[in-house]
Design a binder for this molecule. Structure first.
Ligand SMILES: [Zn+2]
Length: 610
């Protein structure tokens, strides 16, 4: 990506042009690898089941057939599979955005950014001093054995005051109903299978309470929301984490007396030091970042004003809460050129689990910045970056944040082509199927489709850009990616423009005459252009990266999610990659490898665990 998205376009300027073009482009699309686009009218078309007889979603290839009543898993697939125009449009828009330095129109600005932490945070209690002032009182944590005090625990509500007696190791030995002994507050941890103790927080008055901002409280409420969101806890083994059923806080006013764990970072910006506080219901939990996605991507946020558009929004249209603009191009569905037989499809089967690195994976999405004073940067994320302090050649547990750090995203998301990859379709009898798998029937490679793209009142230069993106210039080895399973090697398609028809309207003797002209000059101009970035409107390094990424014939070998040697699960690579610095157990996490920015050498190392 470049430094700044250019948003200086608007439709009024275009409409002043005299020579606007209207017409259509006839295209041919060829599948270069298997592709799959689901017909969602039936999500159990092949009747796949796990060992425990749970339903595994399965889909037929897309067609106009309504399969909601279909009940035969051995059915004959459609002779007329369709690639929907909306899929082609999305694919072309993504590439168009990349080579015209346009906005990231599909990004979800409201997404909460966070990271999981491996270092225990400090126990504390939120207290309201007066209407506008809140503070945290640091606490000591006492342990309440679940087996021994099960009955009492069942009766406690979150935050309930308790009096008790405890031993030296802070284990509670007796609960005193008369109010004698130590006074604290009950805190229930997350529900887990193997857990021995609940906690009781006792204010530690040797430590003074400190103020906490409204933003930090809001952040905490977001964190609570995530704990009840099953999608976020997917990484954990099923059923182990089931949220905090006794914590009911929904708004700031509910937080007086809330028991939390806190972690503080001192962050320097413009020679001032700020304290950033992260609150969590769990001792080892997650930090919700104060930084939002729109702040990180800056000018690349989706366009929202009619008068300040990027080139992609100008042509493809946009919708925002303020304004909206209709598209001036329309992608039609693509139809197979010849009738398709059963042999053109794979036998239906189950593909490997689909996953994609989450935005929270800073090692994939954020640039590693280097500190001005050359101090080591071990860890970086949306809010802060820094390293573990070294003393006498040994790392300490003190984390030093880098002054004036600002998170920067690495760029746009594209998938490598995987020319020689055999797709792995497991049969019904496979032992390893889970409900997270999906069953599909992909189409094979070398199948040709045709489709049209209509354009309405566009400039010739816009037509040139569109043609260049459709064909990826004259790079015959290059291709786009469409549909499901892109990361598994599916979805490579090559588009060639066959004809360009422009319609000219002439009013002669009070009658309107249409003239359809075959406009191949523009096509030739685009194909022979030596420096296409000049008319596309991006820097040459961006164009070069795009051409490298979309190269199908010379695509890198063995592309996969990162994985460790001899291990099956990808998340384990991410775990090892947050390798801990030597000399401590889990106290000094780092990011070891991050996604390389050089598209010519995109490799990550695998880990071997002993
Ligand atoms: Zn835009």
């Amino acid at each position: 990506m470049e430094n700044k998205c250019i948003k200086t376009y608007n439709l009024e300027d275009i409409m002043k042009d005299k020579g606007l073009l209207t017409g259509w482009i006839e295209c041919e699309l060829e599948t270069k690898t298997p592709i799959f686009i689901p017909n969602t009218t039936n999500n159990d078309i092949f009747h796949f089941r796990t060992k425990n007889n749970e339903q595994v979603q399965s889909y037929e290839f897309y067609s106009y057939e309504d399969l909601s009543e279909e009940n035969n898993p051995d059915r004959t697939p459609s002779k007329k599979p369709i690639i929907p125009g909306s899929e082609i449009r999305g694919m072309i828009r993504t590439s168009f955005e990349a080579v015209t330095n346009s906005c990231l129109s599909t990004i979800n600005e409201g997404q909460i950014l966070y990271r999981r932490v491996s270092i225990p945070a400090e126990p504390g209690r939120i207290e309201r001093k007066d209407d506008n002032a809140w503070q945290i009182q640091p606490c000591n944590k006492y342990k309440l054995n679940i087996r021994r005090f099960q009955q009492e625990i069942n009766g406690f509500v979150e935050g309930e005051p308790i009096s008790f007696t405890a031993n030296q190791k802070l284990y509670i030995t007796k609960i005193n109903n008369q109010g004698t002994g130590i006074k604290g507050y009950f805190h229930q941890g997350e529900k887990m299978d193997r857990k021995n103790n609940e906690s009781v927080f006792v204010p530690n008055l040797e430590k003074t309470a400190f103020p906490i901002s409204s933003d930090a409280l809001k952040n905490y409420l977001e964190n609570l929301k995530l704990y009840s969101d099953k999608n976020v806890n997917l990484h954990y083994k099923d059923k182990e984490h089931t949220g905090y059923n006794k914590i009911t806080a929904k708004k700031e006013n509910d937080l007086d007396g809330a028991l939390i764990y806190y972690k503080e970072y001192k962050i320097q910006s413009n020679n001032k030091t700020f304290r950033k506080l992260y609150l969590c219901p769990a001792q080892i939990g997650r930090e919700i970042f104060y930084m939002t996605l729109s702040k990180v991507i800056g000018t690349y946020t989706p366009c929202n004003l009619m008068k300040e558009l990027c080139q992609a929004c100008l042509l493809f249209g946009f919708t925002s809460s303020e304004d909206q603009l209709a598209s001036r191009i329309r992608f039609c569905d693509a139809f197979p050129i010849k009738d398709i037989t059963k042999e053109d499809y794979f036998t239906q089967g189950i593909i490997d689990e689909l996953a994609s690195p989450k935005l929270t994976a800073a090692e994939f999405y954020l640039k590693k910045s280097s500190a001005k004073d050359n101090s080591e940067v071990h860890l970086w994320n949306y809010d802060y970056a820094g390293g573990w302090k070294k003393e006498n050649k040994k790392y300490t547990n003190e984390f030093i944040t880098m002054p004036n750090y600002k998170a920067m995203i690495k760029g746009r998301k594209f998938y490598w082509h995987q020319k020689n990859k055999k797709i792995n379709l497991k049969g019904k009898e496979s032992e390893t199927i889970t409900i997270r798998n999906i069953g599909i029937r992909p189409l094979k490679q070398n199948i040709k489709f045709s489709f049209k793209v209509y354009f309405n009142h566009i400039r010739e230069e816009e037509l040139k850009k569109l043609i260049w993106v459709l064909e990826i210039g004259n790079y015959q080895n290059n291709a786009h990616k469409i549909g499901m399973g892109k990361s598994l090697g599916l979805g490579s398609v090559r588009i060639n423009v066959k004809e360009i028809k422009t319609r000219r309207i002439k009013i002669k003797n009070k009658t309107i005459n249409y003239k359809i002209k075959n406009d191949l000059n523009v096509l030739n101009e685009v194909r022979t252009s030596e420096h296409p970035n000049e008319f596309l409107g991006c820097e040459s390094n961006v164009l070069n990266a795009f051409i490298r990424m979309t190269n199908f014939e010379d695509s890198p070998q063995n592309v996969s999610y990162p994985i460790n040697i001899g291990e099956e699960f990808h998340y384990k690579w991410f775990v090892v990659n947050k390798n801990f610095l030597p000399g401590s157990t889990g106290m000094r996490p780092i990011i070891n490898q991050s996604l390389p920015e050089n598209v010519n050498n995109p490799n990550l190392y695998k880990y071997l665990r002993r």
